[in-house]
Design a protein around this ligand. Structure first.
Ligand code: AQP
Length: 334
């Protein structure tokens, strides 16, 4: 029997991934290359839905790909590629756009949040249709599972709805994907605003821990993370969101259950606890940063690795798209 198919995408919208991207997504990508046929994509078409500069996009796409390999994706086992190298993403998106209701698209909360942030009048139609392109990304590869953070739940529901609608109208074509969300790390929060998601576009510099950041600033940010006026290291989302976020981070990075951490720091206050969290973040990120720098030093080789990924991805995408073209009634091109 064929291995289950896994697909996920990550945006090249910053000069580094952050701890939320790493724990919520990238670390799951690495784990899921075992026993699955895994496809991971740097989604540059998604990155142009908001304001950007072409040179920065090119640089960030390479940085994103390098971080994926540096975090542990093995090009022999995983297909790692850049979205714009596979034309079928845009083509399938158009077909799915024509199956999506305006009201359905307008309900997407990420669009509402982002358009409010950038100013509704200047939000692009691309930002509005972003979740439909995401559905196309996933469905092209007939993915069974999609590792993502909690913020992507609603987009995955739309993806399933569109797959079902297409299958119902044109005949069984798409696999219905399920989100793979790891509860403990589904929403890593901002260190300065521990009820908000840690985010590339909305976190302040003090609130975000970047994978490619140097140890000094990483330590400083963890030590300055907002906690509360108490002294107890206890998980309590309601009353201690900052401490709870740090406990989740330490637990995920060390594999130590939270109750064990609570017992370890009982009566010690926040200082010793934060120091240990900072150390484990630095220990995790340093080798990834060093490997990323090495990969970025040889762009020709990095581009070659991405070309291999794109060729593998294209083969799968072309097969799905040929079926779709036929099912929806397009004439054969030859
Ligand atoms: N704080 C987070 N906790 C857990 N998972 C997270 N993800 C993002 N933030 C957190 C997951 O990372 C993957 C890639 O995200 P993305 O780059 O495609 O876009 P995003 O979700 O929009 O991430 P950001 O940082 O918040 O970017 P901006 O600010 O540009 O919107 C996804 O699987 C996401 O769930």
């Amino acid at each position: 029997m064929a291995s289950p198919r896994v697909f996920s995408g990550i945006q090249p919208t910053a000069d580094s991934f952050h701890l939320g991207n790493y724990l919520g997504a990238v670390r799951q990508y690495v784990a899921m290359q075992e026993g699955n046929d895994a496809f991971y994509c740097v989604v540059d078409l998604h990155a142009i839905t908001v304001d950007y500069r072409p040179e920065a996009l090119r640089r960030r796409s390479r940085i994103a790909a390098a971080q994926l390999f540096a975090a542990g994706l093995d090009p022999e086992r995983s297909t790692v590629f850049v979205q714009s190298h596979v034309r079928e993403h845009s083509e399938l998106a158009w077909v799915l756009i024509c199956l999506t209701g305006m009201g359905e698209a307008a309900r997407m909360t990420q669009f509402k949040d982002k358009s409010a942030r950038y100013g509704e009048a200047s939000a692009s139609v691309g930002l509005f249709t972003y979740p439909i392109l995401q559905a196309a990304d996933i469905l092209l590869y007939q993915a069974d599972a999609v590792p993502v953070g909690a913020d992507q739940k609603q987009h995955l529901e739309l993806t399933r709805d569109l797959a079902q609608r297409f299958n119902h109208r044109f005949g069984e074509t798409f696999t219905l994907p399920r989100p793979h969300i790891v509860k403990e790390v589904e929403k890593i929060t901002d260190l300065q605003d521990p009820t908000a998601k840690m985010s590339k576009s909305s976190s302040s510099p003090g609130g975000i821990l970047d994978v490619l950041e140097q140890p000094g600033p990483l330590r400083k940010k963890v030590m300055r993370a907002v906690t509360d006026t108490g002294t107890e290291v206890l998980a309590d989302d309601e009353n201690k969101p900052g401490v709870t976020n740090l406990l989740r981070i330490q637990s995920a990075l060390t594999g130590t259950p939270i109750p064990e951490l609570e017992a370890r720091y009982a009566g010690q206050g926040y200082g010793a606890f934060k120091k240990d969290v900072a150390e484990v973040v630095v220990e995790t990120f340093t080798p990834i940063r060093e490997r990323t720098e090495k990969l970025l030093a040889d762009e020709t080789e990095l581009d070659r690795m991405l070309a291999v990924g794109a060729a593998r991805a294209r083969a799968v995408a072309a097969e799905t798209m040929a079926t779709v073209r036929d099912r929806v009634g397009f004439l054969p091109a030859s």
